[in-house]
Design a protein around this ligand. Structure first.
Ligand code: NAD
Length: 484
């Protein structure tokens, strides 16, 4: 299969925070991969802008080192890497002062597409927006990209939206949720809305329940202080899991265009019912003889922040009334995996007898590792011995079906940055979506804060606290095994 790479128009991309962790690990290696794929024009300019004092050559060395460290095998393509580095410039800038802004204004070519990636703390968003405007560097065609966390509650998210709205229209603001950039997530929309097969079954009449799991093996590492103020609900559920839930649950948009898709996602968030406290399990990983626990990682011996959460929620609309959605995510779990599982109901009548037990169709959508989809179907076990039933996967693993094209597929960040340059907001969160998500999350968090609730301890390398299993058992269901 031949992959089609359509080059984007020439652009200037300014990365505020261009020396930071995110720029080095994701943004710069991602841009290099798009350069290798022939998608980035050779006369594009990438301008790193950060506090450190250095010149273009100093920054090029840093970019090269970042690509060597985080870019995998790509870094070995020396000639191309040199070509890429020629596109790279640097300005030392102070987001809160006047230093560097005139130099930046002189570098940015406004006759072409201009994009500004705010890869800095959200407390600097307002300063950057204001100075871009004041120095005439951004205009009504420019795009700005903002990272999570987008606020820590509804009030702060509204404030951030208001700060950005002073100088930019909503059509210029790209709020990144890198889960939306994943190949499988977009494929989920293709499978749902490109086939007639699934849509008639995609409702509470045929779907028993839906599970969304994002399990990580890493702890909070060096981000302990930030994470202690955030927790799994704010860091993962309010954004990533909520976005996945929206794509699974939304009505078919009339067109695949940004506002049509985002209108439907917003309706899902607004239809979410408040969650009862007994339908939430929060957990914290405990220290082992060899590894620190969450409280040690967070540097807070009395921390009540959750590193794990499982909850059950309902969407109050005609399609989903009666079908629960179970969400769970946590750190230091047994394996790293992200999966959405659509568990269909039993066949209405089993002609093969009770002894054949329960066989259910499950559509599993894996986001990582091994992106792909599997549909579990029931068939006869081959061979003699009568009618015995087994479940087998109808495997739609991309690696098998698409071969080398999978390796060449852009990762989430690359795809999203190219979407910014193309001016396509479909896979970015709109301001009202983010606010609606906080409006649902805030009372849940306030609930456990008011009750002074202590998270349940769980072992490193486990599936989370026992109570999370109970959340499902109570309903006669169980979590899917967390598998790699
Ligand atoms: P970082 O601390 O590693 O880097 C911060 C960058 O901001 C540096 O380049 C620094 O020079 C620059 N900076 C700080 N103050 C400045 C100022 N006054 N003027 C100009 N530049 C200034 O941070 P990071 O980990 O790269 O994160 C950047 C943003 O991305 C944060 O909002 C973070 O929440 C978000 N984010 C990061 C990750 C990640 O994996 N690192 C993941 C998701 C979201």
């Amino acid at each position: 299969m031949v992959s089609r790479v359509i080059p984007v128009d020439p652009f200037d991309l300014v990365i505020f925070g261009g020396t930071g962790d995110l720029a080095r690990r994701k943004i710069l290696p991602g841009l290099f991969r798009r350069f290798l794929a022939g998608q980035m024009p050779e006369d594009a300019t990438i301008i790193g802008a950060a506090r450190s004092e250095m010149d273009d050559d100093g920054y090029r060395i840093m970019v090269q080192e970042a690509i060597v460290e985080f870019g995998g095998e790509d870094a070995a393509r020396k000639a191309e890497l040199d070509g890429f580095l020629q596109c790279v410039r640097y300005v030392s800038i102070d987001a809160k002062g006047e230093g560097g802004w005139k130099e930046l204004a002189a570098l940015v070519n406004q006759s072409r597409i201009t994009a500004f990636y705010f890869s800095v703390a959200p407390s600097l968003f307002g300063d950057l927006a204001e100075r871009l405007h004041h120095h005439g560097i951004a205009d009504t065609q420019s795009r700005i990209v903002v990272e999570k966390p987008f606020g820590r509650d509804l009030v702060s998210a509204r404030e951030l939206n208001a700060v950005l709205a002073q100088h930019f229209n909503e059509t210029q603001i790209y709020r990144i949720d890198h889960y939306l950039g994943k190949e499988t997530v977009q494929n989920l929309m293709a499978v749902r809305f490109g086939n007639i097969l699934f849509e008639p079954l995609w409702n509470s009449q045929y779907v028993d329940h839906i599970q969304i799991t994002v399990a990580e093996t890493v702890g909070v590492g060096g981000r302990g202080e930030y994470y202690n103020r955030s927790g799994a609900m704010r860091d993962m559920v309010q954004n990533h899991l909520m976005q996945l839930l929206c794509l699974i649950a939304m009505e078919p948009p009339s067109r695949f265009d940004p506002d049509a898709v985002r209108d439907e996602k917003l309706k899902v968030i607004r239809a979410l019912e408040p969650v009862d406290s007994h339908e939430i399990v929060r957990g914290q990983y405990e220290k082992t003889p060899t590894e620190p626990g969450f409280r040690e990682d967070a540097g807070d011996p009395r921390s009540r922040t959750e590193s794990f959460i499982a909850l059950k929620c309902h969407i109050s609309n005609w399609r989903w009334a009666g079908t629960p959605f179970y969400l769970r995510t946590g750190k230091k779990l047994r394996v790293r995996t992200s999966e959405i599982a659509v568990v269909f109901k039993d066949a209405p009548h089993m002609i093969f007898g009770q002894e054949e037990g329960r066989h259910r169709n499950i559509l599993s959508i894996r986001l990582q590792p091994n992106e792909g989809m599997t549909l579990g179907v029931t068939i006869k076990e081959p061979g003699p011995g009568g009618m015995r039933l087994i479940d087998v996967p109808l495997d739609m693993s991309f690696a098998d079906a698409l071969g080398d094209d999978v390796d060449e597929a852009p990762d989430a960040y690359e795809r999203l940055i190219m979407d910014v340059i193309r001016g396509n907001q479909t896979l970015f969160m709109r301001g009202d979506e983010v606010e609606a998500a906080w409006a649902w999350t805030d009372p849940i968090i306030e609930g456990w804060e008011t009750r002074n609730e202590v998270p349940k301890p769980y072992d490193v390398g486990s599936n989370g606290p026992e109570d999370a299993a109970m959340l499902m058992h109570r309903d006669g269901r169980r979590w899917r095994e967390i598998r790699e």
